[in-house]
Write a protein that binds this ligand. Structure first.
Ligand SMILES: *[C@@H]1O[C@H](CO)[C@@H](O)[C@H](O)[C@H]1NC(C)=O
Ligand SMILES: *[C@@H]1O[C@H](CO)[C@@H](O)[C@H](O)[C@H]1NC(C)=O
Ligand SMILES: *[C@@H]1O[C@H](CO)[C@@H](O)[C@H](O)[C@H]1NC(C)=O
Ligand SMILES: *[C@@H]1O[C@H](CO)[C@@H](O)[C@H](O)[C@H]1NC(C)=O
Ligand SMILES: *[C@@H]1O[C@H](CO)[C@@H](O)[C@H](O)[C@H]1NC(C)=O
Length: 602
């Protein structure tokens, strides 16, 4: 490939500005970067991995071992994407958004999911009035088997509390980790076990638990199939000795390399993950649902003690950080999961069953491809009178998403479904949490959702974490709706829409929600555009409507520190080293020249 000197010059010119270039109409700048990267990818995985690793190190983004490990794992997948990509295609635009944060989202490719039967006129059932049952949800446990009490919590890696070096060793650092966890670290086993004990104390009669995924820690530069296997088996064995009946999902961190789930059309590389999960789940979902789960990490299982079906979807097939999905022409229905889901929901509707859809990534999130999210939302709309609620995790924050039948005229009267987004147990984004729902035993409508936390600021947290009630959704949000939520009422999609309307006229009520997102930890106030955008996000179970715009790649530092030198709130987005490395090309002319030099060799 010849050296693209004119494009480098253009890129360099664009670099000179204070603000990064935001989507010039010609896409010249972003295309120039892609052409260069593709040129390097065409020279082979080794050169591509070496180049990205060098950029990562030069940028000072991460410690050398983090750069090397992460890019060795992620790089070959990205190189393969680039080799197959035609610049200017929809796939290349999406790649551009994910990795460089430039340009705007391409329009959703229109596709109508086909349904075996027309939507019946059945309305959402009203609650039965019978005594509620309790169910539990927890998520994103991210247990670190290499957590060392006394090691440094202020290290130079994406997660701390490991004995990385002599300077991080217990007794040799000025920020020693307590035994039960720290905001800069993933969770020790002791925190996980204290949560299961608290669930049993607080909700001893809970009928079942929903675990919305992510077991493995965030040391993504050092994952192996062997270690993930140990982590997954250990966590499920602790869960199964503590809790009765658990419905699990396939998290993105269960895979090594992280997120990299191929579709069935590509040849499944994640069979070992599905084998592990399906054998852990058999005891709860039965052999037949488990053998379904062994195919693509998704299953449908009848709850034996009520008229409820749990459908667990594998959301990794719509996740923008699953770099296996950037095929030349991206699949409309990866692993045929949508057609399978329609079959399952139709069977449930025919049988008069209520359904909970559970999954890892909330489908309206900015982490979801707009296309997959749109198609999924069509399915939710079609079966909205059968789906009692949806439950997700992944974002680590306490959030929510409302689905509408008409996103251009959102109203309480066309709000059709509601997604509960569970905050994480791992403390990197706030205090560790779990939730107890109060549920109608007939309609399975959620009547209340109470979140419990272990407040890490309590003086006795490190000796004996206390899990206490943080808030009840009915108590906190019920009075905001007009009319206020009644005693036996469901937290319905219409109710939640009305809560968002109340937020529009009260910054204080809205900021209570913002504060709850991180369970009161490291809270920043959100007003004006921030508030408008957050409300927009809540009103979007379809990603194209969530008002999130791509953020151009940044000059990043090892750890994102705030003014006080403390580590900022971390979420999934902070983690992909390759993504951050490529993103830095947008800001760093000299690094781009290195790519140009490599792509020009031979
Ligand atoms: C403490 O760290 C220093 C380097 O920062 C190292 O030289 C020393 O060996 C370490 N001591 C222990 C006990 O690990
Ligand atoms: C990397 O993982 C291995 C297990 O696969 C572990 O023994 C080692 O301590 C980890 N390295 C770091 C730097 O955390
Ligand atoms: C939502 O608000 C409308 C008024 O805007 C009201 O008619 C309706 O009953 C409310 N529904 C719920 C469930 O709060
Ligand atoms: C963490 O370490 C950095 C660099 O060694 C230092 O600047 C910062 O103040 C430390 N933060 C805390 C909270 O100790
Ligand atoms: C990014 O950081 C590099 C090195 O610190 C600096 O040269 C460059 O000007 C920075 N770019 C921006 C846009 O801040």
């Amino acid at each position: 490939m010849p050296r693209q000197s004119s494009e480098v010059a253009l890129a360099a010119e664009a670099q000179g500005r204070d603000a990064p270039p935001f989507c010039p109409p010609t896409y010249v700048f972003t295309h120039a970067i892609l052409v260069l990267l593709k040129g390097v990818a065409e020279l082979g995985n080794t050169i591509f991995v070496d180049t990205l690793t060098e950029i990562c190190k030069l940028s000072g983004a991460e410690d050398d071992d983090v750069c090397e490990g992460a890019i060795k794992l992620e790089g070959p997948i990205i190189a393969n994407d680039l080799r197959g990509m035609s610049i200017g295609s929809k796939t290349s635009d999406l790649f551009c958004i994910t990795f460089l944060g430039l340009c705007s989202y391409p329009a959703v490719t229109p596709f109508s999911i086909s349904f075996p039967k027309a939507k019946p006129s059945t309305a959402r059932p009203t609650p039965s009035g019978q005594d509620p049952i309790q169910i539990v949800q927890y998520s994103d446990i991210h247990v670190d088997p290499f957590y060392v009490a006394g090691s440094n919590t202020n290290c130079t890696k994406p997660i701390c509390c490991r004995d990385y070096s002599a300077a991080d060793a217990p007794g040799n650092n000025s920020s020693p980790a307590g035994p039960n966890g720290d905001h800069n670290c993933d969770a020790p086993v002791s925190l996980e076990e204290s949560m299961y004990a608290a669930i049993n104390d607080i909700a001893p009669n809970a009928k079942f638990s929903i675990f919305t995924g992510d077991i493995v820690d965030h040391a993504v530069w050092n994952t192996t199939q062997a270690q993930n296997t140990i982590d997954i088996n250990d966590a499920y064995s602790r869960m199964s000795s503590a809790l009765n009946l658990i419905y699990g999902v396939t998290g993105n961190h269960e895979m090594s390399p992280v997120n990299a789930f191929q579709t069935t059309a590509e040849g499944t590389n994640a069979q070992w993950v599905y084998d592990l999960l399906s054998s852990a789940w058999t005891q709860w979902i039965g052999a037949s649902s488990a053998s379904e789960a062994d195919k693509i990490g998704a299953y449908s299982a009848k709850y034996s003690d009520g008229n409820l079906r749990i459908i667990s979807v594998n959301t990794n097939f719509y996740y923008i950080q699953n770099y296996e999905l950037y095929e030349k022409t991206m699949e409309t229905d990866p692993s045929s999961q949508f057609s399978w889901l329609v079959t399952e929901l139709q069977a449930a509707e025919d049988a008069g069953e209520r359904v909970y859809i559970i999954g890892h990534m909330p489908m309206g999130s900015s982490d979801a491809f707009h296309d997959g999210s749109n198609y999924f939302d069509q399915i939710v709309n079609r079966y909205s009178s059968t789906i009692a609620a949806l439950f997700f995790g992944h974002t680590h924050d306490d959030e929510m998403e409302i689905a509408y039948s008409d996103y251009s005229a959102q109203s309480f009267s066309n709000a059709v479904a509601y997604s509960y987004i569970m905050p994480s147990m791992t403390p990197t984004s706030g205090h560790p949490a779990f939730r107890v729902y109060s549920v109608d035993p007939v309609t399975f409508a959620v009547l209340d959702s109470t979140t419990y936390i272990a407040n890490m600021d309590d003086p006795d947290f490190q000796t004996n974490p206390q899990w206490t009630k943080y808030y009840s959704a009915k108590e906190a949000y019920g009075p905001l709706a007009s009319p206020p939520l009644g005693d036996g009422d469901e937290l319905s999609p219409a109710f939640w829409h009305n809560v968002t309307v109340a937020w529009e006229s009260s910054d204080a009520d809205f900021n209570d929600y913002i504060s709850r997102k991180s369970r009161g930890w490291d809270v920043e106030s959100c007003t004006g555009d921030c508030k408008t955008n957050e409300i927009c996000k809540v009103r979007a179970a379809r990603a194209e409507n969530n008002c999130v715009t791509p953020t151009p790649g940044v000059n990043f530092s090892k750890r994102d520190l705030d003014e006080s030198g403390a580590v900022k709130h971390q979420d999934e987005c902070g983690i992909s080293v390759a993504r951050r490395t490529l993103g830095s090309l947008v800001q760093r002319k000299e690094l781009l020249e290195l790519v140009a030099k490599r792509s020009g060799q031979q």
